[in-house]
Design a protein around this ligand. Sequence first.
Ligand SMILES: Cc1cc2nc3c(=O)[nH]c(=O)nc-3n(C[C@H](O)[C@H](O)[C@H](O)COP(=O)(O)OP(=O)(O)OC[C@H]3O[C@@H](n4cnc5c(N)ncnc54)[C@H](O)[C@@H]3O)c2cc1C
Length: 429
Amino acid sequence: MDSVKHKPDVLVVGGGIIGLCTALELQTSGRSVAILDRGGVGAGCSFANAGWLTPCFAMPLPQPGMLLKAISWLLDAQSPFHIQPRLSLDLVRWLWRFRQATNRRTMLASIEVLVALSHYTLAWFEKLAATTAANGGDALGFERRGLLMVSGTNDGVEAAVNEMQLMADRGVSGRHLDRDAVLAFEPTLRPRVLGGVYFPDEAQIDPYCASLAVAAAFRAAGGAILPPAEAYDFDVSAGRISRVMTTQGPVEPDLVVLAAGSWSPSIATRLGLRVPILGGKGYSMTVDGATRRPARPIMIVDRKIAVTPFPDRLRVAGTLELVDQDFSISVSRLQGIRRGVRDYLDLGDHEAAGAEPDVRDIWRGLRPCTPDGVPMIGFSQRLANLFLCTGHQMLGLQTAAGSARLAADLVLGRPPLTHPYPFRPERFG
Ligand SMILES: Cc1cc2nc3c(=O)[nH]c(=O)nc-3n(C[C@H](O)[C@H](O)[C@H](O)COP(=O)(O)OP(=O)(O)OC[C@H]3O[C@@H](n4cnc5c(N)ncnc54)[C@H](O)[C@@H]3O)c2cc1C
């Protein structure tokens, strides 16, 4: 039998932004923690997302009317939301639970908890960026430029205004801009925009730099990042995980935290557990040669395209296609994003030709989507030393520190940051 080299108090499986923040919180609370990731830390879905820290955007995926919209888009190869049709009992179960969550009451309850985690996380990253800068590093691309939601349809403007009203009750301020006001405010927008909403307090950060900074803080606090290895099986006895089998040898932790994003279901299956998470595939890319840039992040509501001006590049992101570990690149969906950018933004060089922008750094990631749009944070009911912290859908970056704090509170028996009930993993049976 292979000898055991590592016996940490806690083994966090998955070194994305969720695993990293959770590991740091537990390590700084006095536990000895090791992170296991099969690639480099921060290289999964956390790598090249839009970088938004935007409590105003803390909406769950299931919203009233969403399923019908997805069905009407089934045959549209460029639609922003798509369910990849396939014969799968897991997909049917997931869609059934998703449908149950697409009502206003459930949506409002989800917004409540997602906004709370988002507020906490934004403040946390602001502090991390300031500390990193004070220690001679860069500020992780952290900036508070606000978020502008715009639309070229009246329905889209109405949706943005509704969101503003919903969020106002939760401490997120925004202001409505009519067509003239929005075009004056953001001159890169094309005249097809009919109006929008500006949320002034929202922030952005470079997501990969953020992951690396959390990893550095974790190491500095004495945490261990194990050499890249995959957890592929588990020994279980007396209702506990006694050993985690990894491709670099076994690990024997007291507690296992499952934070493997969209890979969590396949790992859970090895433990005899069902974790209903589907991958919400999305793309990001850098726009090449833009001679004009928006002054702030923009959400193009009717195309669901996110535009983030980083200091060194303009990133655009979009689409959500529900898949099962499918990382293939869809040319038509990439095209849909590029077309959306061309239709809504005048970035200078491409204006005369009316061409779609040239892009590079094309990346895709699978957002870990639970059917009700709320992460799973809590102990497993079946295995006493398994804790889940996964399923953060489109909001993993902006809820990471809040989720980590809640996870550590529950593990350590501290008063929880927020009521843990909505996050309980067993809600899916
Ligand atoms: C296009 C796009 C734009 C987005 N924009 C935003 C945004 O602006 N703001 C925001 O808040 N969120 C955004 N998101 C969502 C966000 O990226 C995710 O919610 C978040 O990255 C999930 O983090 P995670 O740590 O759970 O998963 P991941 O980052 O995917 O990490 C999981 C890790 O587990 C590891 N792993 C998997 N299996 C194993 C195994 N068997 N053994 C060991 N390790 C394993 C993987 O290597 C991976 O590193 C966006 C997503 C996409 C796709």
